[in-house]
Design a protein around this ligand. Sequence first.
Ligand SMILES: [Zn+2]
Length: 297
Amino acid sequence: MTITNNQDPVLEQLTILKRQAEWTGQILLSNPLTAGAGMKILECAEQVSLSYNSPFSPKPVTFYCKQRQCPICQWRRSQRACAEMHQLFDHRPDLAEGKWIFLTLTARNCETWDLRDTLKKMKDAFQRMTRRHFWQENVLGAIRYTEVSVGQSDPNTAHPHFHCLLLVRPSMFAGNNYMSTKRWAAAWGSALQQQYTPRVQVERLQGTPQEIRAQVVNWVGYSTKARRDTPSAPWLITVTQQLKGRQLVQVSGELGTIAPQFNTEDVADVDCTAIGQQGYQGATFRWDYQSRSYYPV
Ligand SMILES: [Zn+2]
């Protein structure tokens, strides 16, 4: 029996991701330096079990390769990050009554072989900025996500940028403490110690506590999304090497104290246990490499 992919939205999503994972895995397999990662990505989610008992969305129970460039595992990381943020709001509903900012910090695109050093400089700059007076006075906590996409103006380059969720004091929105986009750009530029003014985007989250919570979770998902661009093989191979061992999520301040688990990027295997305890009910599917689709086992 053939499963048409539109029968189940999760299976449909997994099928798209698995096809992307095959493409990514084959590229990485072609270079001895990334072949190990490529092999693991090709084996990711060969067999999946779908459960409909998850509190957030149906989750596949399967073997995950946990490779950074794996589209399936990045999707899982993103789902997990959103679920953890929901749990944090469940635990601390007062946080949804706080003031939040979604901040994107960029630097000039770099050569792919220079990505590791560029990210190190950006990370140092971020830490420098957190020591500034305006930050110390107004920012209670921050979650910083690193994303690296293909440079728009030159696809041979990398575009590293930070997406940050900041929990701030109300004072940041008033009087001399008010941080406009221009002031954020100046503060980030000063921290980067570069001659140019970097591009930044600032969005103040507004609405009811429920709306604030939904927006925060939405930005967590956006900041951790699986790659949407299609880099060249050399780009992907070099960036995979450059990102190896890098920590791409960092939580600090009050948020670091109450949610240190946000620092853990690995796709946990706890899903299996959690779902099993709830009484697992699901169907199992296996990937068919010929038709590039999932079939019921
Ligand atoms: Zn994977």
